[in-house]
Design a protein around this ligand. Structure first.
Ligand code: SF4
Length: 584
């Protein structure tokens, strides 16, 4: 006997009695299916993404494991009592490539390893015995004594290296573990620190470099930056985050802290009833899957900034995705939840009170430039002077000389900017030309060509273990060639250079962004260091903000890059409409 299915007309055999062997097989199969269903049910009740708030505290990758084993901040004790005495080879990997970052220390790339080897070598094969050390300067603020202290460390222990990073820090290189305790002592003696300068922690807080002096300032955010530091930096409550957490706060009208690409940003606004305060942004970030921060539509009174900051970082700690490092930034949670839910969770579960609605910040007008390069009058009648080191590169010698210039002009305030520039504040009018000339003698130009002014570059292959391509010297070559070719360029073109597919130099928001990778050299037919090009990124334009487009066909070798920039610039100049900017 057989039955016929209605749809196909195919026949299926009628059920037959099973033999003993077949019955045993059936029972085994049924038991296996039950086990599989139960495992799936267990998995569904736990977080798929390793979110602590979902009850999933099991470490899901090696980074989560070492963080769970001991608070990364505790490594400071071992550095001072063990590793500095016993030397580099006494440091276990979980401290060396893990917890050291919480004190600003990264192993640097072993010299001589080319970019083609970056992805194929094991981390320990790329490690040099020396470290990069990042010194925090929240808000980019340095006194003369602090600049001198860093310069001294650079000269005594760092082979005279010093780079201004795009997060307003100074980075030193060639640091030996044996010297770290003395370096910590000198740094802390002048009120600086390296705590959580790197790692899955609250990183340096970006702040307007002209806080307290800008004529267009709505509010000086320095007290809020200090309050956040006191509340959150070095606090074990926030020292084990899913990944890094970038904060920024600005009180000026012209955007100068790239607030759209921070995990959290407070941007000054004037509320019609509540006065001056901040508009709250969350979830910005670049690198893989770039995401512009979103406004929560919430107004934050200045006194409430530390609470709101602690609430947002608390959400990140508890709900952030920890399973995959590539999904562990706050932007992924914000994308999944949306602004409305994020604000609801913040208010109900973390603050316990409602934030008032508030207005958004002003959008930059054509001609507004937030880099602070040049000579600018302050609100107190004195001047600040901003100079452009090419791609942030200075040295210990130069930093000491900058401190001398500031002091000679009667200033005790040096500032670093998120665009790798250096400012001296509080210069009396009769000292302005002394400062400008003094900086010029150091190749720090206050009236630079447009390319010198607008180029940024990350650390690159010189020291970074993830790099594929050299960046700083390449950027310098672009500046040299292009400022000679276009001495009277009347419209800024930003050029950002990364040594790998990450985005430390924010390539997706530049007019021309270069992402380091191996590319085919048509002449030799070989893979050589080069860049994928992104064109047309822009920030500070409100609704009009956008990431640069990856132009697949536009790949250039490292050596072909200056010529490429020249060609693209000429094309823009020849074809632009009236008032059209490069990114348009
Ligand atoms: Fe290193 Fe890549 Fe960041 Fe450049 S972008 S500093 S190469 S990780």
């Amino acid at each position: 006997m057989s039955t016929t299915t209605e749809q196909t007309g195919a026949t299926t055999p009628a059920p037959q009695a099973l033999t003993d062997a077949e019955e045993r097989r059936r029972q085994r199969e049924e038991a296996r299916l039950i086990r599989t269903r139960e495992a799936a049910a267990r998995k569904n009740t736990a977080s798929k993404d390793g979110q602590w708030a979902a009850g999933d505290r099991t470490p899901l990758n090696p980074n989560e494991e070492f963080k769970a084993t001991s608070d990364p901040l505790e490594v400071r004790h071992r550095i001072e009592t063990m590793y500095a005495r016993w030397g580099f080879w006494s440091i276990p990997p979980s401290d060396l490539r893990g917890r050291f970052r919480w004190w600003g220390l990264y192993t640097q790339r072993r010299p001589g390893i080319d970019g083609g080897k970056t992805a194929v070598l094991e981390p320990h094969q790329l490690d040099d015995e020396y470290f990069m050390l990042r010194v925090r300067s929240d808000g980019g603020q340095l006194s003369v004594a602090q600049a001198r202290a860093i310069a001294g460390i650079s000269k005594d222990f760092g082979r005279d290296t010093a780079d201004v990073s795009d997060r307003q820090n100074i980075q030193l290189h060639w640091i030996r573990i044996e010297d770290v305790p003395e370096i910590f002592r000198r740094v802390e003696e002048v009120g600086l620190f390296t705590t959580e300068a790197c790692g899955d922690s609250p990183r340096v807080i970006l702040g307007s470099p002209v806080a307290g002096v800008a004529k267009d300032e709505l509010i000086d955010p320095t007290p809020q930056i200090q309050a956040i530091i006191e509340r959150g930096i070095g606090n074990p409550e926030f020292s084990n985050l899913p990944r890094k957490f970038k904060s920024a706060i600005s009180g000026t009208r012209i955007p100068d802290i790239v607030h759209e690409v921070q995990d959290i940003a407070f941007v000054a606004v004037e509320h019609p009833e509540l006065g001056i305060g901040y508009d709250l942004w969350v979830g910005g970030g670049l690198s893989i899957n770039p995401h512009l921060g979103v406004r929560l539509g919430a107004f934050v009174e200045p006194a409430k900034v530390p609470d709101v900051w602690a609430g947002v970082i608390g959400i990140f700690r508890d709900h952030g995705y920890r399973r995959l490092r590539t999904r562990a930034r706050l932007k992924f949670l914000v994308k999944a939840w949306g602004a409305e839910k994020f604000r609801e969770v913040l208010e109900n579960d973390y603050l316990g009170w409602k934030l008032p609605d508030g207005p958004g910040p002003e959008v930059a007008k054509p001609g507004d430039r937030g880099d602070h390069v040049g000579i600018h009058e302050q609100k107190d009648g004195r001047y600040y002077i901003g100079a452009a080191p090419v791609a942030g590169r200075i040295s210990g010698e130069k930093l000491a000389a900058i401190a001398d210039i500031a002091e000679a002009a009667g200033s005790d305030r040096i500032r670093l900017t998120p665009l790798q520039k250096i400012l001296i504040l509080d210069v009396p009018e009769d000292k302005v030309s002394d400062v400008v000339n003094g900086l010029r003698a150091l190749e720090l130009e206050a009236q630079p060509g447009e390319f010198a002014r607008n180029v940024m570059a990350c650390t690159g292959i010189e020291y970074c273990k993830l790099a594929i391509v050299e960046t700083k010297a390449t950027a310098r070559e672009v500046v040299k060639t292009l400022d000679d070719a276009f001495p009277t360029l009347d419209s800024p073109i930003t050029v950002h250079v990364n040594g790998c597919p990450n985005s430390c130099a924010r390539i997706q928001v530049a007019d021309i962004g270069f992402k380091g990778q191996l590319v085919l050299d048509e002449e030799s037919g070989e893979q050589v260091p080069g860049f994928q090009v992104h064109l047309g990124g822009r920030l500070g334009r409100g609704e009009d903000n956008d990431f640069g487009r990856k132009i697949r066909a536009h790949k250039v070798t490292q050596h072909g890059m200056p010529e490429y920039v020249e060609r693209v610039t000429r094309n823009y100049l020849e074809t632009r409409a009236d008032g059209e900017q490069f990114a348009d």
